[in-house]
Design a protein around this ligand. Structure first.
Ligand code: BG6
Length: 489
């Protein structure tokens, strides 16, 4: 039969995401030999650019990773030789038809598979889907479209978007990205849990006291204020990245590792959750702070942010899953920008050992004596378990030590970027790590009512200094559920 070729079109090719993530990920896949033999990469955007100019732009973003192999420069040249550019409007069927013609020239004599990556602002999204899907569908192989968040900003707008998408595409052609699902340690969650007898039986209310999902960045929204102000940290991080981790963490055992089986379980657990209550949320916004002679700006100092904006740059929330496994276990989320540190972690705090002989060694602070499993998603990936241990010597003193699986020490191979995994999966038609529309609906149902209330009531965020640990309100919220936040980093 005919050989096949895949055309990868990056719509929004001059944008930040394309430059920082998509092109470098495609090159990494090429470098490692994961791209099919025949492929072309097309950049599509409004600005006028020649193929040569696109190649210069892309070449600036490519790196050869740490194990600088000597053929890297050569590989880069080969990759860049497969990159082309077409300038067009995002809402022009005519411009996309021109692109289609160019794609056909590359595809001639082969089964043509087409992957479109829509990396464009939400206001032009639906028009672009329409135009792109017309040309996308004119290949004679498969057609897939990768879409990036924001997938709306509440249940209604998300449903409208889904409806529009489905006018032009089948659900199985739509690859909704949540790049946190492409992170190595998030993917490993299921392995950790379902392939280890020492964890699997403990994964319930019987042994787990609380679960914490923490996201922290040590920089603000500088330069992205225009986008961010319309969404805020809850939509930017919690409703998607942290909730997806939660779903994977808490779902029942899937029937198989098949994409539909896994996503069925994720939807089920999301639908077992209680919609978040305003009372169970603390919101914050960073304000300027001078440290070491440097003045760090307020969120509202950004010119693209409206003066007096109440958009949260920090939030903490308590969530609950009303099923038999998790009844009463608080799942605490915390996400913030411009905090003191950068990192993402899952922390699982276990219950006290009942009637433990050694409790007295910890005085009144029994929380300090419970086991805790920490999954450090990033940076410096690690999984460690805090256990109690006797301090060696003649006395009987206990302390806490870590059983530590530190990725950098254990594995010499560098961890691929999330976008590499996700792009490869899309090319291979693997849907496991992409969001199905019913999952998206369920996720929005949990957050939409209280987001509306938050905005209608114009709740004033708790201000916290840039570079601090965030609002103290987060500690009171946790304390209400007898939880103490773990310290990221
Ligand atoms: C994006 C958010 O989805 O994730 C950004 O829009 C955030 O605000 C980013 O900075 C964090 O991703 P990562 O992979 O750098 O942790």
């Amino acid at each position: 039969g005919n050989e096949s070729t895949v055309s990868i079109t990056v719509v929004g090719a001059s944008g930040d995401l394309a430059k920082k993530k998509i092109f470098p990920a495609l090159f990494a896949l090429f470098y490692e030999g994961f791209l099919p033999k025949h492929f072309t990469v097309y950049g599509y955007a409004r600005s006028k650019m020649t193929d040569a100019e696109l190649r210069i732009m892309v070449s600036k973003t490519l790196t050869c990773r740490i194990d600088q192999r000597e053929n890297c420069g050569e590989k880069m040249e080969q990759f860049l030789g497969r990159c082309f550019y077409h300038s067009g409007q995002y809402d022009s069927e005519k411009n996309f038809a021109e692109l289609d013609k160019k794609l056909k020239e590359h595809e001639v004599g082969r089964v043509s598979n087409r992957l479109f990556y829509l990396s464009i602002p939400p206001n032009i999204f639906i028009d672009a889907v329409k135009c792109a899907s017309l040309s996308a569908s004119s290949g004679n192989g498969w057609t897939r479209v990768i879409v990036e968040k924001p997938f709306g900003r509440d249940s209604e707008s998300s449903a409208a978007l889904t409806k529009a998408l489905k006018q032009y595409l089948e659900e199985d052609q739509i690859f909704r990205i949540d790049h946190y699902l492409g992170k190595e340690l998030v993917e490993n969650l299921s392995v950790l849990r379902f392939s280890n007898l020492i964890f699997e039986p403990l994964w319930s209310r019987q042994y787990i006291r609380n679960v914490q999902l923490i996201f922290s960045e040590d920089f603000g929204t500088e330069g992205r204020g225009g986008y961010f102000d319309n969404y805020g940290i809850i939509r930017d991080i919690m409703q998607n990245h942290l909730l997806q981790i939660l779903a994977l963490f808490a779902m029942e055992t899937p029937v198989s590792l098949d994409a539909e089986d896994i996503r069925n379980e994720k939807v089920k657990v999301l639908r077992s959750m209680r919609p978040v209550k305003l009372d169970d949320v603390v919101v914050g916004q960073y304000k300027s702070h001078t440290r070491g002679g440097i003045n760090y700006p307020s969120y509202t100092d950004d010119e693209t942010v409206p003066k007096g904006s109440l958009t949260p740059t920090f939030a903490a929330a308590a969530l609950f899953i009303d099923n038999a496994r998790w009844d009463g276990v608080p799942f605490l989320m915390k996400a913030g920008k411009a905090l003191h540190t950068k990192g993402a972690e899952i922390r699982v705090q276990f219950r006290h050992v009942p009637g433990n002989l050694y409790n007295r060694n910890f005085g009144t602070d029994l929380d300090r004596a419970t086991n805790e499993l920490v999954i450090r998603v990033q940076p410096d990936e690690a999984i460690y378990l805090k256990i109690n241990n006797k301090v060696p010597g003649l006395g009987m003193k206990l302390d806490r030590s870590n059983l530590n699986l530190h990725y950098a020490a254990r594995y010499s191979k560098e961890i691929p970027d999330a976008y590499e995994r996700l792009l490869l999966d899309a090319i291979e038609g693997e849907r496991r790590l992409f969001i199905r529309s019913d999952e998206l609906d369920a996720a929005w149902s949990l957050f939409t009512p209280f987001l509306k209330e938050l905005e209608e009531k114009k709740i004033i965020p708790e201000y916290y200094p840039y570079g601090s640990r965030g609002p103290v309100g987060a500690h009171y919220l946790a304390a209400r559920y007898k939880v103490r936040w773990g310290d990221v980093g």
